[in-house]
Design a protein around this ligand. Sequence first.
Ligand code: GMT
Length: 381
Amino acid sequence: MRIGITCYPTYGGSGVVATELGIELAASGHEVHFISYSQPFRLTGRDNGIFYHEVPVSNYPLFEFPPYDLALASRMAEVAEFYELDLLHVHYAIPHSVSALLARQMLAARGRCLPFVTTLHGTDITLVGLDRSYLPITRYSIQESNGVTSISNYLKEKTLTDFGITSPIEVIPNFVNCDVYTPYKDEAIRNEARRRLANPGEFILMHLSNFRPVKRVTDVVKVFARVLKEVPARLVLVGDGPDRSAAEWLAHELEINDKIHFLGKQERVNELLPLADLMLMPSQLESFGLAALEAMACRVPTIATNVGGVPELIDDGVSGLLYPVGDIDNMAEGAIRLLKDRERLDVMRDAARKTARSRFCSTLVLPLYVKYYEQILAAAH
Ligand code: GMT
């Protein structure tokens, strides 16, 4: 198939999922065309069967807000025509599904069929889509999509209830390539690599996100401060975003800044994650929690909040630990008990990797997308 993929290229889990999906599709022989305002950040260095089409958004003094959605729709229609795309797959409803809808209509007027699939990721429904100003058009573009998938049951139910959507939504969970996200085979090499981040005998706690308020990064620092009172440890923060400076301020205030590494945005998180002993994800809401899945594939269990789709990924007490939002004391207590019980930690680490491999590996999930595309194409023609 020839598939056009549109996503947010620089920020957040939906762009990561879209990029990894494109890479996997291309690796299995499909032709993938990314259409976006900049190259998706995880795409660097991959080119077999993958094309990237930038969307130029021209500015003009009259445009207080440059019309990206229109430029995107235009480019989608052009690319679909020039490269004979079979379908478009847009990630994150706003504004991508609206642009895809326009592109489909533009091509229909020229006698061409261009169905599109919308994948819902989370904040497009839970935050942005419920803003009254975005709700009607988001609902319309979801309803008008040829196919809609959501990355968890939680998000599917939320969309059906909050948006009153009547068309079917297919749940296709997020996935991870378990050969790329994998634990170190040799413990000595892992220990050597850990020395860049921690002294021998220190545990490594990690957090990976876009540092938006929904991620509650200051809770990560607070949990770590409590853990540090009981066990020698370092905190490694991967990513960047609006709440980074709040986290840095707190680290200084608590006088633990010398135990924390702010690494900023990193391209190869698969090389960092397996160095951790525990992942922290104390989010206000996660419709899935991709960062936790990537850690689990690297045999790193997550201490997370019991919200949204997270319980569909993490089995509390088995492959990680779940707590109510803001329950800093118990999250820290859970982490300390786990770190002090090497045997229990090892069992949980194995369970985390096993969950990633047996339920969320790209080899299992990719065929679900391909089958879904085939259904959509059959229905559209
Ligand atoms: O919250 C983010 O990190 C951004 C957002 C996105 O769409 O980029 O993430 C959502 O999609 C991810 C990938 O499917 C999910 O793993 C996240 O749980 C989800 N975030 C929220 O629901 C807050």
